[in-house]
Design a protein around this ligand. Structure first.
Ligand SMILES: *[C@@H]1O[C@H](CO)[C@@H](O)[C@H](O)[C@H]1NC(C)=O
Length: 795
């Protein structure tokens, strides 16, 4: 819980609602419990109205000072109760008598002085540490808690038989807080703890170590001591304290936390532990004070396998570096970890070393580490992560004689390689090389151990993988994520590559060639690159889509288009373009073929079916029909004797009599023919004019004969009569035979004008076209015919 104290001000209801919701969510999965979290809520007492089904109740970090039966008795399903960091002074354990399922009770960091006892049978975890108890708070009733696993206690004084009530229990973990312990004059105390696997003792954080109790534990496997403050004077007290505790043959793990000591005392502690059965020694948060001088150390035979020191502070500023490093470099153990310390160097062991594993993470080691060192021949793993290494060439050289080295981790340094002149020297045994988080460029590929199988180069500055690198035939896993690569590599130089991690680079157009080149790939991770979703990407998407999702890590979610804008954040999986728009040649061919077919079709239509004629006719037909619809009725009120007057040359009379007239009369169109409706005594022209004026429309059957013989009658009349101006609807021109423009005599201005301005209907030679021709003629009369007829009847 990292909530802040200011939440005190918030109302209880708010917290309650929030926790209630949390509880509901948690409950939804069957195995988990109904939990209510009210930690750090400024509570001064246990709130009323807790849900009765509460199983896990967290009220730690509040200001609760009292606990009553009524606070918890109704929570019959309560299993876990956390009350640490409150202000409880007094506790009657019988208040839990109705909480039969209670397994976990944390009352640490309160102000408990007294405990009234009552058996709680199901308890597994009971923490009473960091309280104000005087003597160990152990009731004989705890002896009934046969399931008890963890017990946290605190006391200021100890007595040998304090733990007798629980002597028969098989505990896993005892936490004993001796922060308030004080030494009584002339009184050597002792405490017998029976049966626990782990014992954790916490001493006062600021006082010099002074506890003189003989603590003996059976079957102890793991010992942890926290807050040890040593100088050259109390060092012996501490070692004496340890001698009883570390006697048992089962003690394998020993951990010291928060240690402040002189170098002299630390070396004495090491020397003391060397012949003991401890196999794993850990020291966390170590501070070295006063001075560092040369100390003798006898590397006797030891059971110790691993020494781990993490987070070391050195308060000594002037000292011989060698004095410090020599103690560690000669250690006859297999594993040594010194991390998060200010050490700047480590010595090469003087004789063949037993080290198999060295971990120097997060120190200030430089390139001079282990140069010309030929004694680390058993070293298998060397970790130099987070140091100050700069030159990859020197790192290679360092490994030269480490003939067993398999794993080298030099990640998080400032390594670069910019030599062109020299070849790198590496020991051939390296299999795993971690060069991640450095500042290496593509030149790193000229300086790699030849038999490396796993190579981690992520988070460097590699822009391309050169093709002319010395081949790494054993390379199976390559990680080049978080670089600036623009292309997928080929596997020409890495013939065994099976795992490639290349996400977070600058790959926009990966080529599918990769999949042909890298046949052994069984895992590729290439997501989070700025893919350019254009035609070129299709082949890649196809290839990657064919692989199973186990091979392509992160597919499809982390493979997204970055460009063009319109496809941004589209998954590659969903990016589709038609093959046509991607293939220019295909596109041109398609357009060409379509165009050609169109032209041929049109040509065929024109040549064989006279398409232009049809188009013209249909066009005229629709125009005529439209005009007929728009016709003004008033105009039609005028009385016409005939629907149509037909003028034609004698030469064309056969066509008029056999074709035109029967067709019109079939439609009930009344026709005025000047020879038929001839009024005697009038001149031809007068007759014609009468006919025209009594007809709704005038039809002229044009042919060269007509122009020669008949037109003379009309030319003068038309020139002066506005009835037949160019836009008039009353004129229908039928072109029976083509009239060449130059065959029209010059004097016929009107005819020329009409011929150029007006559309005329051509009589088609082909029988198949006759239908459309007649439809056009009929359209000119359509609709209004009846009106005219009716008009006539009325008059
Ligand atoms: C290399 O080191 C980094 C961190 O230093 C770690 O995350 C990564 O897993 C290591 N790579 C391999 C292959 O062990």
């Amino acid at each position: 819980m990292t909530k802040h104290k200011d939440s005190t001000a918030r109302s209880f209801h708010f917290v309650y609602i929030v926790t209630f919701i949390v509880g509901t969510i948690i409950q939804s999965s069957d195995e988990s419990e109904f939990a209510v979290d009210m930690s750090n809520s400024g509570l001064t007492q246990v709130p009323k109205g807790l849900p009765t089904k509460t199983q896990v109740l967290d009220m730690s970090q509040n200001y609760i000072s009292e606990l009553h039966l009524s606070d918890v008795s109704f929570l019959s399903g309560l299993k876990v109760l956390r009350l640490s960091h409150n202000r409880i002074q007094c506790l009657d354990i019988s208040i839990f008598k109705f909480n039969q399922d209670l397994e976990y009770l944390d009352l640490s960091h309160n102000r408990l002085q007294k405990l009234s006892c009552h058996p709680i049978t199901n308890l597994k975890h009971l923490d009473l540490s960091f309280n104000d108890f005087d003597a160990l708070p152990l009731c004989k009733e705890f002896g009934n808690s046969t399931q008890l696993n963890f017990l946290g206690l605190s006391a200021t004084k100890l007595q040998q038989l304090d733990l007798l009530p629980i002597a028969h229990l098989h505990l896993n973990y005892i936490l004993l807080d001796l922060e308030g312990y004080y030494v009584k004059e002339n009184e050597a105390e002792s405490l017998q703890i029976l049966n626990t696997k782990t014992l954790h003792l916490v001493f006062h954080p600021n006082n010099l170590f002074s506890v003189q109790v003989n603590i003996s534990v059976n079957t102890l496997g793991c010992l942890q001591l926290t807050n040890i403050k040593l100088n050259n004077y109390n060092c012996q007290i501490f070692i004496k304290f340890l001698s009883e505790l570390t006697r048992g043959p089962t003690l394998l793990n020993f951990t010291l936390n928060h240690v402040e000591t002189t170098w002299k005392c630390l070396v004495r502690v090491f020397q003391f532990l060397w012949p003991r059965p401890v196999e794993y020694l850990n020291i966390y948060n170590l501070t070295i004070v006063e001075s560092i001088d040369e100390e003798d150390f006898t590397y006797s035979e030891t059971a110790l396998k691993a020494l781990k020191m993490e987070h070391v502070t050195n308060r000594v500023f002037l000292f011989s570096q060698t004095a410090l490093y020599r103690v560690f470099s000669e250690m006859n153990i297999m594993m040594l970890t010194i991390s998060d310390t200010p050490i700047i160097h480590m010595l090469c062991p003087e004789k063949t070393s037993t080290f198999k594993f060295l971990n120097f993470t997060q120190n200030v080691l430089t390139d001079s580490i282990f140069q010309k060192c030929s004694t680390l021949v058993r070293l298998e793993t060397l970790i130099l992560r987070k140091n100050e290494l700069k030159d990859l060439y020197k790192v290679g050289l360092m490994t030269k004689d480490m003939t067993s080295l398999e794993t080298l981790d030099v990640s998080w340094n400032s390594l670069a390689y910019d030599r062109h002149d020299r070849n790198c020297t590496w020991v051939g045994s390296i299999v795993v090389l971690n060069l991640s988080s450095n500042i290496l460029t593509h030149s790193v590929f000229r300086c790699l151990p030849p038999r490396v199988k796993v190579l981690d180069l992520h988070n460097n500055r590699i822009r391309n993988i050169p093709t002319d690198v010395t081949s790494l035939e054993a390379l199976q896993e390559l990680n080049v994520a978080f670089n600036s690569l623009a292309h997928l590599p080929g596997c020409g130089s890495f013939s065994s590559l099976s795992v490639l991690t290349i996400d977070y680079n600058a790959i926009s157009n990966p080529s599918a060639h990769f999949f042909q080149s890298c046949q052994k790939i069984r895992s590729i991770k290439a997501g989070n690159n700025p893919f350019q979703c254009t035609c070129e990407l299709r082949e890649f998407i196809q290839s990657i889509g064919q692989l199973s999702s186990e091979v392509v890590e992160g597919w499809p979610d982390s493979y997204k288009c970055d460009y063009p804008e319109s496809y941004k954040d589209t998954l590659l999986k969903d990016f589709h373009v038609s093959p046509l728009s991607c293939n220019t040649a295909l596109l041109i061919v398609t357009i060409g073929v379509t165009g050609l077919v169109f032209i041929v079709t049109v040509t065929i239509l024109c040549i064989y079916f006279d398409l232009p004629w049809y188009l013209r006719m249909v066009c005229q037909w629709t125009q005529t029909r439209r005009r007929a619809r728009n016709i003004n009725l008033d105009e039609l009120q005028r009385t016409f004797q005939f629907h149509a007057f037909i003028s034609y040359s004698e030469h064309d009379s056969a066509w008029v009599k056999n074709e035109l007239v029967p067709c019109l009369e079939k439609e009930d169109i009344r026709i005025c023919l000047h020879e038929r409706n001839f009024v005697p005594g009038k001149s031809i022209v007068e007759n014609i004019i009468t006919c025209i004026e009594n007809s709704y429309k005038s039809i002229f059957v044009l042919s060269p004969n007509f122009v020669q013989s008949e037109w003379c009658h009309y030319e003068l009349y038309f020139a002066h009569h506005h009835l037949f101006h160019e836009g008039s609807n009353n004129l229908i021109l039928i072109l029976l035979e083509p009239i060449p423009q130059n065959s029209i005599p010059c004097k016929y201005h009107k005819l020329k004008a009409l011929m150029t301005k007006r559309t005329y209907l051509e009589w088609p030679k082909e029988k198949s076209k006759h239908g459309l021709f007649w439809a056009n003629i009929r359209a000119a009369f359509n609709v209004n015919l009846t009106l005219i007829t009716e008009n006539r009847v009325k008059t």
